[in-house]
Design a protein around this ligand. Structure first.
Ligand code: SAH
Length: 497
């Protein structure tokens, strides 16, 4: 059976600007064919099982010719796949989306088009420029600044000048002097406000606001590069007052998130909300221990315990899977009390329909062991080599326990030169650590020769900070062990970096 091609607009870069429908299509894709302008954060949403085909195009060099791209789409659909053709911005705004559909339409292959947020509107918006405004512009014109090979620009400057309104040029960086000169020769006042927005909507966004007469020189001074949009019109005067992106506290800061990817979501999102560029670099992976005879034996004798203790969502997840295997639900836990180290773990229990009976006021192993109101035996289901602070405090209180490893954490195999070099160049403002094991994983990934003296380690709790300090890192500790508090710590520490 023939598959289908879905042309999806990936938006201008900020992953939050991918449409809901586009995201759903991406999650169901068998094959994803994508371009250079699709941001890495959007590519991260491609399901692990899907095949990725990069047909990225650079300005004067087309590694995969358009005809070949069209054929790839046809071949993949004919092979029965659900193909997502992912394009930067909106596929039909200078994206050659129309050309890609022609062959499919002729061949009778099913297709859909999911529009995207175009850079022509979003890049100015993130630079504080509304493309229309009742006081300044009543029309918007989107123009390509790219000339076909060997040809001159095909822009009707007199018509544009006469029409008035806001002008947005895409693919225009290379032709900037010709565009500004063309407009002025056609009669536009050199004092007309004009701007360039480079890498719009991305954390590395830059803007250059000038006038039509000075834009080329200002752009050269700032070394503005593609991708950038050129905006010409009175609306550009609003940019300084409206540029909300640059007012975000973590604007321009790059923060490394070392948690496993499936747990990084909440932290990454909070950091992005504060304007940071988040680099998700998982430094540990959690692997369930299956089969786990110790856990099976303990659960078959659950009546022997008063408390069941979890120190992480990963432990709860393994336990939840075991409950499903056993055909259990909440009734099988009647009479047993549940403890969670912190809110994330309590949330994971709640997802299984289980209420947490005890959570310490400070979310760490020592406080959990200290405060747990236990009289009877305690069953701990957690990582192999979990923090000894929990069992030591229980032992000191002469509370009997069984500490069972239900998953293990795996560290990176060895040093990664890309990470080490980024740290060396100061391209990372700070690194977040959510457990002592993420610190160990990070050190494995940067290698032994790295200079760690300049790195700020933002740590979720005291034990994590102690691990970081023991390796010579400068550590700061969050007010409490939650993603919110860790993001707040980043805001306070990184604003001064
Ligand atoms: N279909 C895309 C445009 C493709 S043409 C869209 O709707 O956005 C490529 C041009 O788009 C680039 O040369 C640049 O002018 C513009 N562009 C794309 N992404 C951009 C971004 N993040 N910031 C600024 N300009 C961008």
């Amino acid at each position: 059976m023939c598959g289908k091609v879905i042309l999806v607009g990936a938006g201008p870069g900020d992953p939050g600007l991918l449409t809901w429908k586009g995201k759903m299509a991406l999650e169901q894709a068998d094959v994803v064919v994508y371009d250079r302008l699709v941001s890495p954060a959007v590519l991260d949403m491609i399901p692990p099982g899907a095949r990725r085909i990069n047909v990225g195009k650079e300005a004067a060099c087309h590694p995969v010719p358009q005809e070949r791209i069209n054929e790839i789409l046809l071949e993949q659909a004919r092979a029965g796949h659900r193909v997502v053709r992912l394009k930067g911005g909106d596929p039909f705004v200078f994206g050659r989306g129309g050309e890609e559909l022609e062959l499919l339409a002729r061949s009778g292959v099913d297709f859909e088009e999911i529009p995207g947020v175009t850079s022509a509107i979003a890049a100015p918006a993130y630079a504080g420029i509304p493309v229309t405004h009742r006081d300044y512009a009543s029309s918007l014109h989107i123009i390509t600044g790219h000339a076909r090979a060997g040809k001159d620009l095909e822009i009707n400057f007199p018509a544009l000048v006469q029409a008035g309104g806001t002008l947005v040029f895409l693919m225009g960086v290379g032709a900037l002097p010709r565009i500004t000169a063309g407009l002025m020769e056609a009669g536009m006042d050199g004092a007309t406000p004009a701007a360039l927005v480079e890498n719009g909507t991305l954390p590395v966004q830059r803007r250059c606001v000038a006038t039509l007469a000075t834009l080329t020189q200002r752009s050269a001074e700032m070394e503005i590069r593609s991708p950038a949009v050129i905006v010409v019109g009175e609306v550009c005067t609003l940019s300084d007052a409206f540029c909300w992106v640059e007012k975000q506290p973590l604007h321009g800061r790059r923060i490394l998130v070392t948690r496993p990817r499936d747990r990084a979501g909440a932290l990454s999102e909070k950091l992005r909300d504060l304007g940071a560029e988040v680099w998700e670099y998982p430094c540990i992976e959690t692997v369930p221990l299956v089969p786990c005879p110790d856990m099976e034996a303990a659960l078959s004798n659950l009546k022997a315990y008063e408390w069941l203790v979890f120190t992480s969502p990963a432990g709860v997840e393994v336990f939840g899977n075991q409950m499903r295997t056993l055909g259990w639900d909440g009734r099988n836990l009647a009479g047993i009390r549940l403890a969670a180290l912190g809110p994330g773990t309590a949330r994971a229990l709640s997802a299984l329909g289980l209420r947490t009976d005890y959570m310490p006021a400070v979310y760490d192993a020592a406080h959990l062991g200290q405060g747990l109101p236990a009289r009877g035996r305690v069953l701990i289901l957690r990582a192999a080599q979990g923090s000894p602070a929990l069992t030591e405090t229980l032992a000191r209180r002469t509370i009997a326990y069984d500490d069972i490893a239900v998953y293990r954490t795996v560290l990176p195999a060895g040093p990664d030169t890309v990470l080490a070099q980024a740290l060396e160049e100061g391209a990372v403002s700070a690194v977040t650590f959510t457990s002592a094991s993420t610190v160990r994983g990070f050190l494995r990934a940067v290698g032994t020769r790295a200079d760690l003296s300049r790195i700020t380690a933002l740590c979720i709790g005291q034990q994590t900070a102690a691990e970081a300090r023991s390796h010579g890192l400068r550590a700061e500790v969050a007010r409490e062990a939650t993603p919110e508090a860790l993001a707040e710590l980043a805001r306070v520490c990184c604003q001064n970096i």
